[in-house]
Ligand binder design. Sequence first.
Ligand code: ADP
Ligand code: MG
Length: 703
Amino acid sequence: MSKLLDTPIEYLKGVGPAKGKALRKDLGINTLGDLVEYFPFRYIDKTIILPINQITDAHQEVQVKGKLLRFSHEGVGRAKRLSAILHDGTGSLDLVWFQGASRVANVLEQGKTYLVYGRLQKFRNRYSIAHPEIELLSNLADASTLSTLAPVYSSTDSLRKKRLDGNGFRRLTKTLISQIKPPDIPETLPPYLLEKTRLISRFEAIKKIHFPASAKEKEQALNRLKFEELFFAQLRAIHRKYKNYREIPGYRFDIIGDKFNQYFNDILSFELTGAQKRVLKEIRADLKSGRQMNRLLQGDVGSGKTVVALMSILMAIDNGFQACMIAPTEILAMQHFLGIEEEARQLGLQIAFLAGSVKGKKRAKILEALALGQIDILIGTHAVLEEPVIFKNLGLAITDEQHRFGVEQRSKLWRKSKPNPPHILVMTATPIPRTLSMAFYGDLDVSKIDEMPPGRQPVETLHFSESKRLRVYGIMREEIAKGRQVYVVFPMIEENEDLDLQNLQRGYDLLSNEFPRPEYEISVVHGKMKTKDKDYEMQRFVEKKTQIMVATTVIEVGVNVPNATLMIIENANRFGLSQLHQLRGRVGRGGGHSMCILMTGFKLSNEAKFRIKTMTETNDGFVIAEADLKLRGPGDMEGTRQSGDLNLKLASLVEDEKILAFARKLAILIIEKDPKLEHPENALLRKHIQTIGRKALGWSHIS
Ligand code: ADP
Ligand code: MG
């Protein structure tokens, strides 16, 4: 960046120490360069001046031009205000000031013509604008203010108090933008790309995004800058992928051996689905290629990822390597452990569990055996990634529910094996919309299990309000009478923990009344319980000693009790869409007809209604994920926040899918032709991704 843009923000005309301090503190704007890249979040269309008689309720903000008539001070005490009438020949509206009335009255002149802009209100059938932006028309010598879109920057209360409101902020950026010259904003795209994409230069884009002369210019600027964000994220990811592909050797698992065959022939009790077979072939091809595998395994809840994971583990073991599997929570890890423990033992393999709760002698023993190679499979939580955990020869690492893992964890895994990093299989049950997986997992190869095991029926999903509680009890009784089991799920969020726990307790008490012993037994599991107690309660349910499991979202992922065919979700409006889908995936696993009942109160927000409606209408995880993405935006998608790759200021993964696809296509073309970005024409690209790379912490030792 140029010298000019490194200048501390205080030196900009109109800033000074006080405003400078606030800009640094509130918005992280430390230099002129930071301000240049502080983009407006919307624009006011100053090209339209609306005749007052054409204002309708549909207008939210308006710009009008008219004569100021009659000032009056009205009201008393807190309701005290200054009002004025603006008349433009077609009609009139009121302008109102609640604060700074005397200053306003001093500055404004009756009978003069003003340009007025602001948010429209309606009071007693008359339109008014409170605290309008107002400027004397004759002052507007600079005609450009009249004919452009005025940028609006997000500001804070404390900045507004320092007069960095709409107009104040705009003045700063205007001053700055008028000073910058092309060399201050170096181009990041080589000429051939500019030509190919027909995008405007970075310099032009920066100028125009702040002060577009027209809607078209605004679009040009946005397109250019959005493309740049998405393009470089993709280029980095694909560059990394190719680099791995070329340079990072992987252990070669040549043979399909005894354990694999024994499992496949003697233990596996069902036919693999076509999708499972295909995915296993893809994994197998990676594992014997001599290159390190980095593969994402996507599959909806219940699609059968665990078998694929286990069979991959057996490939590692048959070739003399250890394998590990890591899940984000202890319960989930334990489920995996229990899920494959039996089979591992049948195969004569040593399997161990490691989590924070495994301490002292037990832990020491596991670590020792692991280092000696006496343990074949280690299942656990993040604890597996800690320094003292040393494998003899880790060949394959599987992470489940990667979206809860940070980028750093993945890199810690890489260092768990020498001389090569272990092969890595990332499993995710949260169906990731195409755009997101492109953006976040651009460097992973993707395998999809897009087929459910046979006999699965969609889970019938109903929405009941509180008044149908008795009917719900009836349905529960019927299911239990058939020998089936029931989940009753309560929301639990950190901010509301005490209240949520009380709710769960009350729910449990009610159920205990309704389903009394000894005829019925109820398990309870929630996040505040000790692991030991949780496991005990879980186990009772798994062994069918209890018919009802009252739980918080701890059962969200991974629990596998095929005999459970009914799920009641209490306060379903408080869950997000993907969470609801994950929860629902816990039933419908036994092949029988399953049901999910979403309980809510009567009053629901529009958004909650939409979530509930989506759930009752579809069982398709991808449809749900897309809906969720639209509803919440990617920034909110679980676990997508921590990506070191994606620092999007302007582009939206929801709205800019086309630009993303285009950027990705170009990035692939470029890397295929010039994998190391060595050609002189790509020097600029290489330089820029290195700069971004240095900024994105955590990846440096990988790429
Ligand atoms: P997920 O993808 O959610 O991890 P699981 O691996 O837990 O799914 O599988 C869900 C259930 O389906 C398990 O009970 C598993 O044994 C069963 N299953 C997996 N694959 C098949 C298949 N090909 N045929 C029948 N049942 C299967
Ligand atoms: Mg699973």
